[in-house]
Design a protein around this ligand. Structure first.
Ligand code: NDP
Ligand code: 8X3
Length: 253
């Protein structure tokens, strides 16, 4: 039987690249996001290229009721999730704490922490009942290295770091593996979203640097998931060659 991966936030960036990587590896896919047109377009492209089944669920992970309804609406044959990739997330704004916009803070806390929990609550229960499964959380180097102006985004990724370790403990005796993927700079729509659509400001983030791509991160996720059953990859930290950590970037390119 083919294994099925549920990827949240598959409409762009790392999530979309992960959908391609897992389809190429022969997994059936359950893809989510809020932009339904993008989900539909991705499904047709994947089905043109691979012999896999692709199911789509369009919902906002911040909405617990909508999340439960969407995941509960799946037909029986699509309900088994072997791998959950908790990828949906965002940064919103980049200001000192005294100047931050509480609307941005809510968006990040509600998506990156509560959204991850909304999905995990449902899927982890199924995995526990079955006695197998693998949950992959998208953390960040920001989850251990807070940087100036990153305050609330970094706090949400600290939460993902803590939750990943806690989940690994709680799920230990249930045969469910937990991996945290912690990238540095990846060029996706991340900075465009962080700067509320300001393309020039987003482009400046990657100036003089060759950043990671969504495919680089997808490769790491797939590698962790494809490890032998008795092996748990606890976390992977990956940065561009030009980035030492959150504070040191070599912009000489
Ligand atoms: P993108 O902006 O390209 O992708 C974000 C994805 O999350 C989109 O598919 C978006 O879908 C989805 N999403 C956002 N909010 C919601 C929501 N409320 N409900 C459902 N889906 C949502 O960014 P990345 O691919 O870079 O980010 C993916 C993850 O990787 C995030 O968790 C991010 O924090 C993390 N990360 C990113 C890094 C980077 O430098 N880019 C580095 C380290 C970690 P839609 O808008 O259609 O809902
Ligand atoms: C995204 C990478 O360094 O902008 O998590 O926080 S960073």
């Amino acid at each position: 039987m083919k294994r099925r991966v549920l990827i949240t936030g598959a409409t762009s960036g790392i999530g979309e690249a992960t959908a391609w990587a897992f389809a190429d590896a022969g997994y059936d896919l359950l893809l989510t996001g809020r932009r339904s047109e993008r989900l539909k377009a991705l499904k047709s492209e994947l089905m043109e290229n691979f012999e896999v089944s692709v199911a789509l669920l369009c919902f906002d992970v911040r909405d617990r009721v909508a999340t439960e309804a969407a995941l509960g609406s799946l037909p029986e044959e699509c309900r088994r999730v072997d791998v959950l990739v908790n990828n949906a997330g965002l940064a919103s704004g980049l200001e000192h704490i005294d100047e931050g916009d509480p609307a941005d803070w809510n968006a990040m806390i509600d998506t990156n922490i509560k959204g991850l929990l909304n999905v995990t609550r449902i899927i982890s229960a199924q995995m526990v009942e079955r006695g197998s499964g693998h949950i992959v959380n998208l953390g960040s180097i920001a989850g251990t290295q807070p940087y100036e102006n990153g305050n609330v985004y970094c706090a949400t990724k600290h939460a993902v770091h803590g939750l990943s370790q806690a989940m690994r403990i709680d799920l230990l005796t249930h045969g469910v593996k937990v991996t945290e993927i912690r990238p540095g700079m990846v060029e996706t729509e991340f900075s465009k979203v962080r700067f509320h659509g300001d393309e020039a400001r987003a482009a400046a983030v990657y100036q003089g640097v060759e950043p990671l791509t969504g495919d680089d991160v997808a490769d790491a996720i797939l590698w962790a998931v494809e490890a032998p059953d008795h092996v748990n990859i606890d976390e992977i930290v990956l940065t561009p060659k030009a980035q030492a950590n959150s504070y040191y970037v070599n912009r000489s390119k």
